[in-house]
Design a protein around this ligand. Structure first.
Ligand SMILES: [Zn+2]
Length: 110
């Protein structure tokens, strides 16, 4: 995937892929630290860059039924988390269009 265009973020704190340090998100776009991913704690972000979105699929979670897409690092293809497309429960609608990144897969790159 050598020629893939990558975006560079700026700000006081940047989270990147722990495998290849590709920039993913800024602390300003973090909505919550209180999420669980597939591998432990996870963060909810407004916006994430440099990821590829997989096929939409239905997933039953503790907070109800969701339509999600797994997200992959554009450079190294590591599965980093997922994007919420649709949340069935009205109380969970705020997550739609936003992204989960697994804490264990992130590093501070700045
Ligand atoms: Zn990566």
């Amino acid at each position: 995937m050598g020629m893939t265009y990558r975006q560079y973020l700026s700000g006081p704190r940047i989270y990147g892929c722990s495998n290849c340090r590709t920039h993913l998100a800024t602390i300003e776009s973090m909505m919550s630290r209180a999420f669980n991913g597939q591998h432990g704690r996870a963060y909810l972000f407004m916006k994430v860059v440099n990821v590829i979105e997989g096929e939409a699929c239905e997933r039953a979670m503790t907070t109800g039924q969701h339509t999600v897409r797994d997200i992959y690092c554009v450079k190294c293809s590591t599965t980093l988390g997922w994007k919420y497309e649709v949340a069935q429960e009205p109380s969970q609608k705020y997550k739609e269009g936003h992204y989960i990144l697994e804490r264990n897969l992130l590093v501070d790159v700045q």
